[in-house]
Design a protein around this ligand. Structure first.
Ligand code: FAD
Ligand code: NAI
Length: 462
């Protein structure tokens, strides 16, 4: 048994970042992790392995579609799936080991095993009970099940199984046109699978600016993905290496089936709280099964905090990290703060899709007067040179004050470009502030500046 100032349960981006910050602030800190490796969903079976496969499959796409035009001749590379899996795993290993190094460097103790909280101030791992003045629950999330869909992680898989399929499937059905379905669906489409995405709603990526969402779907169709929209999946059943997916069209209730050799269920994730003992502790939960917290990430039980996917808000690694740092600051008696209105979201397909702040839909619903500054990557010299002219930047600003309210980008490096808008929003900048900032030429970020110019007297290159 050891005494700590803080014990954090879970070493995902919420937990490990919080642990490092707690230690930096002089608190005696331990982090409990049940997996064999640190880093949580994100590093082991989420952000990192999926981005490795997205990168590798995008390189193949470039070789197949753009190399010859640039004068790069020769046979296109073929897919060595087991080597691609090794590359993905080595990326994961480097990152998870990196967290181990950071724990040692910052003197964070890694307690190996699954934690329970027998009472406030105590954390039990195996037979050992540790005491902690403060406990932070950062136990993350797991794939949400869907009635009628039996997961075997071989043929009918969640994102975890989809990262390690035995081979590239010939036909893949993706249930749900959200972030996971579109990222992993586009990986397999680029690797040669015939991918059909079945979505309950009549549009993809719910919550996204609808103009971007429509453009995104058109681009994915051009890349070979097929969409069945307005379809409620009834069942998915596997027999040996084949699967059958049955869905009903919501428009006429007609029933249809699709055959596939892999089915990916990606209809959302839910908080993971198994085995923590929250019921016995009497920790208040939201009606969506998340741990309820106040604006200091305190739960209803004194001395117990919660952060990341296990609480309300977007299930994103960087949101979990920010909460992890802020909760650590609170525990150390400082001011911890997260600006939830400036949390970017990125989909790492090609092109990337990124957003921050309000959409046109949310502004209309709030009755707020706004203006739109839009600029196509077709007017951006760098994008044209790099075969990346598809897409646009759309900046939303208050009609009267010109203050930036949101930004939506579909195009090259969107996930990096969005951050200059995030910084601008943090500083309460106007579109004119962005427009008057010198941007290097030739860069993709000139498109952001042009969108800002479009909020005023007009862009130059359009
Ligand atoms: P997690 O990362 O889920 O970590 C929780 C950890 O707690 C786990 O390791 C678990 O083993 C451990 N744990 C749980 N209970 C206990 C216990 N009782 N005792 C000990 N340990 C316990 N987000 C992005 O921002 N960008 C992306 O590109 C992105 N890509 C993704 C791709 C996929 C395929 C998936 C599935 C998710 C992706 N996400 C992405 C979401 C991101 O992974 C999560 O938002 C993030 O990991 C949440 O962090 P967390 O710290 O709250 O929890
Ligand atoms: P999601 O919430 O993004 O999308 C789920 C989709 O499934 C929605 O379009 C929904 O309408 C649809 N759906 C729901 N029920 C259905 C049904 N019965 N039949 C057909 N479609 C149905 O969930 P997803 O993709 O599983 O991702 C989970 C979380 O992981 C997300 O919240 C996201 O934040 C996070 N993530 C983030 C990534 C990133 O930041 N790049 C990458 C991958 C995951």
């Amino acid at each position: 048994m050891s005494d700590y100032d803080v014990i954090i349960i879970g070493s995902g981006p919420g937990g490990y970042v919080s642990a490092i910050r707690c230690a930096q602030l002089g608190l005696k800190t331990a982090c409990v992790e049940g997996r064999e490796t640190l880093g949580g969903t994100c590093l082991n079976v989420g952000c990192i392995p999926s981005k490795a496969l997205l990168h590798a499959s995008h390189m193949l796409h470039e070789a197949e579609h753009n190399f010859a035009e640039m004068g790069l001749k020769g046979k296109s590379p073929s897919v060595d799936w087991s080597q691609m899996q090794k590359y993905k795993q080595s990326t994961v290993d480097t990152n998870t080991k990196g967290i181990e190094f950071l724990f040692k460097k910052n003197k964070v103790d890694w307690i190996k095993g699954w934690a329970t909280i027998p009472e406030a101030g105590k954390v039990k791992v195996g037979d050992e009970v540790h005491s902690a003045k403060n406990i932070i629950i950062a136990s993350g999330s797991e794939p949400a099940p869907l009635k009628g869909v039996e997961i075997d992680e071989k043929v009918i898989v969640t994102s975890t199984g989809a990262l390690t399929l035995g081979k590239v499937p010939k036909k893949m059905v993706v249930i749900g046109a959200g972030v996971i379905g579109l990222e992993l669906g586009s990986v397999y489409a680029r690797l040669g699978a015939e991918v059909t995405v079945v979505e309950f709603l009549d549009h993809i990526t719910p919550g996204m600016d609808s103009e971007v969402s429509r453009q995104f779907q058109k681009m994915l169709v051009k890349q070979g993905l097929t969409f069945v929209m307005g379809a409620a999946v009834q069942s998915a059943e596997a027999a040996k290496s084949e699967a059958k997916v049955t869905y009903k069209l919501r428009s006429d209730d007609s029933e249809h089936t699709l055959d596939a050799d892999a089915v990916l269920l990606s209809t959302g994730r839910r908080p993971y709280i198994d085995g923590l003992g929250l019921d016995a502790l009497g920790i208040a939960m939201t009606d969506r099964g998340q741990i309820q917290v106040n604006d200091k990430w305190q739960t209803s039980v004194e001395g117990i905090y919660a952060i990341g996917d296990v609480i309300e808000g977007p299930m994103l690694a960087h949101k979990a990290e920010d909460e992890g740092m802020a909760a650590a600051e609170q525990i150390a008696g400082h001011h911890g703060h997260v600006n939830y209105s400036v949390i970017p979201g990125v989909i790492y397909t090609h092109p990337e899709v990124a957003n921050v702040g309000e959409t046109e839909e949310t502004l209309k619903a709030a009755g707020r007067a706004y203006k739109v500054g839009k600029f196509s990557f077709m007017g951006n010299a760098r994008a044209k040179a790099n075969f990346a002219g598809d897409g646009f930047v759309k900046l939303l600003a208050d009609k009267e004050t010109d203050r930036i309210l949101g930004c939506h980008i579909i195009g090259p490096a969107a996930g990096d470009l969005i951050h200059e808008v995030c910084v601008a929003m943090e500083f309460g900048a106007s579109a004119q502030d962005l427009a008057m900032t010198c941007h290097a030429h030739p860069t993709y970020s000139e498109a952001v500046r042009e969108a800002a110019l479009a909020c005023g007297d007009g862009p130059i290159h359009m």
